[in-house]
Design a protein around this ligand. Structure first.
Ligand SMILES: CC(C)(COP(=O)(O)OP(=O)(O)OC[C@H]1O[C@@H](n2cnc3c(N)ncnc32)[C@H](O)[C@@H]1OP(=O)(O)O)[C@@H](O)C(=O)NCCC(=O)NCCS
Length: 325
């Protein structure tokens, strides 16, 4: 159900509606590379949808206007090579241009909130569909070659909360400014982090929180570390989707240092990122003098990998053989 649409799971009972959509020229053009398919093929897709619902809790839905008119379909049938369900949507041409595809796709993403990530691909010439994916926050992984030329491959990590024995890890909220100001206005915290201005003023805290809220959750997720009800630090990643690598960063309020809190929180974020992006390698750079940070990395299983800059050491963690994460 969305504002203008009712969504009904694809099922043998509505397969004729799905077959009507599959036979429509507008729907077939990009989604099915112009091919024609019969009712038996359509029933097989209903079976695909059922299988995906059993394994991933998402499937294909038919979309009807509140009047009962068939509008299109939206949802998921298959997964990509990383196991992420692939979003697809289509509507009859006479329903195009009203924002209904975006509305349908949003409803499908809401149904996938329990998953770490969603994949999608779209022919570059299908500019409306490219626009929809970008509006929904999908980030481009790479450009493949499809039946109509360049075909960008997209990925979306779904915002989530993680819990560890002592912390809650969640996306930043605009109401976190006071907490951010309280722990970040600390010269000792900023000693090896030249991007933190000292003194750290309220405007700096507001800009820091706004940036974390606005950043792509897919390529630049920053988890707020919440401890005893207050935001006390960050675990952030910068993800290179195509390379399946990410940079790890972290900070914690000085009053909580030395209790293993960042190690505990980073371990949970790495496990999430490994699932969301099928990451193969995570790296971090830390100042030679930042012994506490090097100790965190060692506890997480990172190993030395040379120098990052003159003053910084580089550490890497290969996730494929990292049973410890
Ligand atoms: C680095 C930082 C995130 C560590 O957070 P934390 O929750 O205290 O980390 P942990 O408690 O999990 O681990 C810290 C380890 O360093 C050790 N340590 C801390 N200071 C040390 C020092 N001067 N010499 C030797 N070991 C030290 C601690 O004993 C602990 O190791 P242990 O578990 O073996 O006892 C925190 O100090 C911080 O926010 N620093 C400022 C921001 C920063 O530098 N971020 C990293 C940038 S690369």
């Amino acid at each position: 159900m969305s504002r203008r649409l009712n969504l009904e799971p694809a099922a043998p009972g509505n397969v004729d509606d799905l077959a009507r959509l599959v036979a429509d020229d507008h729907v077939r053009r990009y989604l099915l590379d112009g091919q024609r398919y019969d009712r038996a093929w359509t029933l097989d897709r209903v079976a695909d949808s059922d299988r995906l619902r059993a394994t991933h809790g998402v499937g294909l839905d038919l979309a009807y206007a509140h009047s009962g008119d068939l509008v299109g379909f939206t949802g998921f049938l298959v997964t990509d090579d990383t196991g992420a369900p692939m979003l697809l949507y289509a509507l009859f041409a006479h329903h195009a241009g009203l924002g209904l595809a975006t509305e349908m796709a949003r409803a499908s993403l809401a149904s996938a909130h329990h998953l770490a990530a969603i994949a999608a691909d779209v022919d570059a010439v299908n500019t409306h569909s490219v626009r929809i994916l970008e509006k929904l926050g999908f980030a481009r992984v790479r450009i493949a070659h499809g039946a109509f030329g360049p075909m960008p491959i997209y990925r979306l990590a779904l915002p989530c909360e993680l819990t560890t024995p002592r912390t809650l890890l969640r996306p930043f909220r605009l109401t976190d400014v006071d907490d951010a100001l309280a722990y970040r206005n600390d010269a000792e915290l900023a000693r090896y982090l030249p991007h933190i201005p000292i003194p750290f003023m309220r405007a700096d805290a507001a800009a820091f929180v706004a940036e974390n809220v606005a950043d792509s959750w897919t390529t630049d997720p920053t988890f707020a570390i919440v401890h005893a009800g207050r935001v006390v630090g960050t675990i952030n990643l910068e993800v290179e989707l195509e390379a399946r690598t990410a940079m790890l960063g972290y900070t914690l309020a000085r009053s909580l240092w030395g209790q293993g809190i960042v190690t505990e929180a980073a371990r949970a974020v790495l496990a999430w990122a490994a699932r969301a992006h099928a990451l193969e390698l995570v790296w971090a750079a830390t100042h030679r003098g930042n012994i506490a940070s090097q100790r965190v990395l060692a506890k997480l299983g990172f190993t030395p990998a040379g120098t990052a800059t003159r003053d910084e050491l580089r550490f890497e963690l290969r996730l494929r053989d990292a049973a410890q994460v």
